[in-house]
Design a protein. Structure first.
Length: 288
């Protein structure tokens, strides 16, 4: 069970920023098809356990003072719990998702409907993209993954929609098929006076050589996470700039975060890992 640290920020110098998230209760969660190497339809899943674990993540966000909105789960869409894939939202504009695999295609319009009903300006996507699963806002830039799900063309579309610098990165290990399984954004915002103090943690081996070189250049202070911690979805985490919600199995990453003055908060989503998702996958940031 999570034990959020709500002690004053002054202790570590890290400042927690308020976040607004979209989540989806996994009432219809199961593994009935296989679209990533983690999914094994022959293995049983426990939906009640998935809901309990999901609830502990929800409760953790609330205890940390964040706002969480909910989208209704739809029967027959077992992956809808992974709301990170539902779109990408900045400044009240929601760029919709267009899923790679048929099984998840109906989720795209369902999320766009929610965005529209909740006051977001919706941009209907032309290109295949899986939202915040592959797009991560880091300071003024968007890091964008390709290789397995979102296409390179979606990176261009993303640039046109938001007018931000988009940095394309290529994923090469099928276990880390979305960018949010290989990169954790620790400090998503820029520091005072426009100083870029945004930082990330990442799993070097999940990327091709050219992408690794780009990451080394952009983030010389990044935390490099071990293969062991990557393999338990340690990087699939959510940070408010101070508290970093991570898997309890990512022991090395937990220690690295502490050394840097972050407060790791441990939440176990083992049942949702059967679908190939973790903490970040279940969390979509809503930026107004
Ligand atoms: N079963 C889902 C899929 O393969 C898991 C999605 C995980 N989401 C994420 N943001 N990494 O599409």
């Amino acid at each position: 069970m999570a034990t959020p640290n709500t002690a004053p920020a002054i202790e570590t110098g890290r400042i927690a920023q308020h976040r607004t998230y979209l989540m989806c209760r996994p009432e219809h969660f199961t593994v009935s098809y296989r679209i990533n190497p983690w999914m094994e339809p022959a293995n049983p899943t426990d939906t009640a356990l998935a809901v309990r674990q999901w609830q502990s993540l929800y409760d953790t966000y609330i205890a940390l003072g964040h706002d969480v909105h909910l989208i209704d789960p739809i029967e027959g869409l077992p992956d809808m719990v992974y709301t990170a894939n539902g779109g990408f939202v900045i400044d009240g504009v929601a760029y919709g998702a267009k899923f790679r695999f048929q099984e998840r295609v109906p989720e795209g319009p369902a999320f766009m409907e929610w965005f529209g009903e909740n006051g977001f300006q919706v941009v209907d996507p032309v290109e295949v993209n899986e939202g915040e699963g592959d797009f991560l806002l880091v300071g003024s830039k968007v890091l964008a993954g390709t290789g397995f799900r979102s296409t390179g063309d979606s990176h261009r579309e993303l640039r046109d929609v938001f007018g931000k610098e988009v940095v394309s990165l290529t994923l090469v290990d099928p276990r880390f098929y979305h960018l949010d399984t290989a990169i954790a954004v620790l400090d998503p915002v820029e520091g005072p006076g426009g100083v870029e103090r945004a930082n990330i943690a990442y799993l070097p081996h999940a990327f091709d050589e050219a992408s690794r070189a780009v990451l080394e250049d952009l983030y010389p202070d990044a935390i490099l996470v071990s293969d062991a911690d990557g393999a338990v979805f340690g990087l699939n985490s959510a940070s408010d700039g101070r508290n970093v919600i991570i898997s309890p199995r990512a022991k090395g990453f937990e220690a690295q975060l502490r050394e840097r003055g972050y407060t790791p908060v441990l939440v176990d989503l083992s049942e949702l890992l059967l679908g190939g998702g973790g903490i970040k996958c279940c969390t979509l940031e809503l930026r107004r």
